[in-house]
Ligand binder design. Structure first.
Ligand code: PXP
Length: 256
């Protein structure tokens, strides 16, 4: 299981004062020292946290790989192609949202057209592509038809489930979707809303090969330091398969 750490919210704290600290580039180095397999940032159209300069400096500094999240708009793809990260994850983007609210609407012809254009450009540049989607068969079929390299299954519904019953249902959905996507020839990633408390059952799903986790790790880092926060998450993720007897089985509470 690869663990990618999303450091957007280090830049969110910096932007709260529009100053120079904390520096997301330093954060990336500490995340790598803590055992991250890669760094994820979301370059949003409104540049509310990570700036183009941050992305360029990250490309020159990190020793792992950069996964750049962007919308499929032409100018964001121009930027991504110019930077040349290891991977690009295409995400929906809505100016009013606090965070990404759901997967790409691949049922829409307009969205599919825009994604197809973006994917072609990324493939031409040799940049791995991933589509952030809800864990639905239909979305997976579209992603496979569009020839994305990977899908990132949105774990937000699972993470926000109010009852253990809701979370179990969502976990089952994620388990089925991950098998289905794997069967369709897609690499399977997952992320959004994953925490130290809820990550184990997702990290134990056998077809998921990469997790993208941000807010929970950056939150813990305020108290433990980022390197330790990443190390703690790494420990939990690596031990996950041995903590779950059957793939998808719910274990709670989660200690480590
Ligand atoms: N994956 C995607 C596509 C995202 O947009 C985000 C949030 O930026 C994450 C993963 C990480 O979510 P969280 O910060 O809740 O861990």
């Amino acid at each position: 299981m690869r663990l990618y750490i999303n450091i957007d919210h280090v830049a969110t704290v910096r932007q709260a004062r529009r100053t120079i600290e904390p520096d997301p580039v330093r954060a990336a180095v500490l995340a790598e020292l803590g055992g991250a397999d890669g760094i994820t940032v979301h370059h949003r159209i409104d540049i509310r946290h990570v700036s183009p300069r941050d992305v360029e400096l990250l490309m020159r500094t990190i020793r792992t790989g950069l996964n750049l999240e962007v919308s499929s708009r032409e100018r964001m793809i121009d930027f991504a192609v110019g930077v040349g990260p290891m991977a690009v994850t295409l995400v929906p983007e809505n100016r009013q949202e606090v965070t990404t609210e759901g997967g790409l609407d691949l049922g829409s012809d307009e969205v599919r057209q825009s994604i197809a254009t973006a994917l072609k450009r990324l493939a031409d540049e040799g940049i791995r592509s991933s589509l952030f989607i809800d864990p639905d068969y239909e979305a997976i079929d579209h992603a496979a038809e569009l020839r994305a390299d990977a899908v990132e299954l949105h774990t937000g519904e699972y993470a926000n489930g109010l009852t253990s019953h809701d979370r179990e249902d969502e976990l089952t959905r994620l388990a089925r979707a991950s098998e289905y996507a794997h069967g369709a020839g897609l690499a399977v990633h997952a992320g959004h809303g994953l925490t130290y408390e809820n990550v184990v059952p997702v990290a134990a799903l056998p077809r998921i090969e990469e997790l993208n986790i941000g807010h929970s790790v950056v939150s813990r880092a305020i108290f433990t330091g980022l390197e330790q926060a990443v190390r703690d998450m790494r420990t939990i993720v690596d031990a996950a398969p041995s903590r779950v007897a059957r793939p998808g089985e719910w274990v709670h509470p989660i200690g480590y």
